[in-house]
Design a protein around this ligand. Structure first.
Ligand SMILES: Cc1cc2nc3c(=O)[nH]c(=O)nc-3n(C[C@H](O)[C@H](O)[C@H](O)COP(=O)(O)O)c2cc1C
Length: 213
């Protein structure tokens, strides 16, 4: 049997809420993680948690390198380019990407946007073609656990959802297209509504993994 079929399934989880493991998005991601563990069976899982809240923004040299027609020969430890190399290697090593994210102002929180700025990189994770940007990374499942204070889907939603279309476009740029969204919606609508939203999200996770079993 090839090594990749027996080695543990490598899951990279991005923790994007400033509330970390106290957050609703983290809680939902944990349910997804448990289903992945079930699915992996004896193969097992290897989880890497990456809290994005301390990730610095990209810097001057990073912006200059992306604007240049050639890659810099060296990246210095501590620079954004070096950090980008490390984050891209970490993403590329994962079999499954699990994103735990709140909605902030109709879209992804700035911590997740900063990570995206580091991993969407011309010549490294995508190339420009006359037809548009073409992703270089191998596709793999991406599960996204969203928490939002208000509703973001259905006829009672009263706000735009730029989070899902944006994330789909950004990850698609690097070649990740196998995205699955789960959401706890309306966390700010009181305890009863929150419990109902958690239950709805839990049922959606169960149904998804039952269907794929
Ligand atoms: C800066 C900020 C912006 C927010 N913007 C939105 C928003 O646009 N739409 C919404 O439904 N909820 C919004 N919320 C509420 C959060 O999405 C909600 O509290 C969610 O449950 C947080 O998820 P977490 O527990 O995973 O951090 C915002 C919260 C913060 C802190």
């Amino acid at each position: 049997m090839p090594l990749q079929d027996t080695a543990p399934l490598r899951v990279l989880r991005l923790i994007c809420s400033p509330r970390g493991s106290d957050s609703e998005s983290y809680r939902l991601s944990q349910q997804i993680f448990d289903r992945l563990a079930n699915q992996a069976g004896e193969r097992g899982l290897e989880l890497t948690d990456l809290d994005l809240n301390d990730l610095p923004h990209v810097d001057h040299d990073y912006a200059a390198a992306l604007a240049s027609p050639v890659e810099p020969e060296h990246t210095h430890p501590g620079s954004a380019l070096h950090r980008s190399d490390v984050l891209i290697r970490q993403l590329d090593a994962a079999d499954v990407l699990l994103i735990a994210t709140p909605m902030h102002n109709y879209t992804v929180p700035s911590a997740l946007k900063t990570w995206i700025d580091h991993i969407v990189r011309i010549r490294v994770t995508f190339i420009g073609t006359p037809q548009g940007k073409q992703g270089i990374l191998r596709d793999r499942p991406v599960h996204v656990a969203i928490a939002s204070g208000g509703l973001i889907s259905g006829e009672n939603a009263r706000q735009p959802d730029f989070l899902r279309p944006y994330l789909t476009a950004a990850l698609g740029t690097v070649g990740l297209h196998d995205l699955h969204y789960f959401a706890v919606e309306g966390t700010a609508r009181g305890e009863a509504a929150l419990e109902a939203a958690r239950e709805q999200a839990r049922t959606a996770v169960e149904a998804f993994f039952m269907a794929g079993a």
